[in-house]
Unconditional design. Structure first.
Ligand code: CA
Ligand code: CA
Ligand code: CA
Length: 196
């Protein structure tokens, strides 16, 4: 079982992520109404100095077997102090996208699946959604019935993930109703499942 190898790495990665200056996964939008064409993963540099992503790789992990179904090398990229970097598959639908890692639709599986940021053999950050993946607790669910809904750390610099209005490339925004209710889980939106 390959999945048995993953939990320790993920646990170690989460421990590593708390080190000051470590780039982290700050937001993910993997599901939209209709075909998933506006998917993105956002990285954040909470440090006071620019962070080079040389040697960093973003991996998307299949929750069914722990395999990496997509990966993107981030060599040559830099995130400014306190800045964000957006990885997407469809820049026409994610105008603030910094790096197109394709494909344009169904870039990110809808879960239960996971993503991790790795560098030099360390998992710097890892998140799972829609259920536990290889021992990693779920950060929640993106609702395909709600346009512009994403899961984001609030605050971006290491806070817990919450369902919120998508802000690819920017800090989380103060939430007007009904978004504030969504973030607390008090407002349960009808779910319409789709694939991809
Ligand atoms: Ca998707
Ligand atoms: Ca969404
Ligand atoms: Ca954001």
């Amino acid at each position: 079982m390959r999945r048995s190898l993953l939990p320790l790495a993920l646990v170690l990665g989460l421990a590593a992520r708390t080190a000051a200056g470590t780039v982290l996964i700050s937001e993910i939008d993997y599901d939209q109404p209709g075909a998933d064409e506006a998917e993105f993963i956002e990285l954040h540099n909470p440090d006071g100095a620019a962070a080079s992503l040389d040697g960093h790789v973003l991996e998307l992990v299949n929750g069914a077997d722990g395999s990496v179904y997509r990966s993107a090398a981030l060599d040559g990229l830099t995130i400014a102090a306190g800045g964000f970097l957006v990885l997407c598959g469809n820049p026409a639908r994610v105008p603030t996208c910094d790096l197109d890692i394709g494909p344009a639709t169904h870039l990110i599986q809808n879960g239960p699946d996971a993503a991790r940021l790795v560098a030099a053999g360390l998992v710097l950050d890892a998140v799972a959604w829609e259920g536990v993946v290889a021992g990693l607790a779920s950060i929640g669910s993106d609702d395909p019935a709600v346009a512009d809904l994403a899961l984001a750390r609030i605050p971006a610099a290491g806070g817990p993930f919450r369902p919120t209005r998508a802000t690819p490339g920017g800090a989380p925004l103060p939430l007007p109703p009904p978004w504030a209710l969504l973030a607390t889980g008090l407002l349960l939106m009808p779910r319409a499942r789709d694939r991809g």
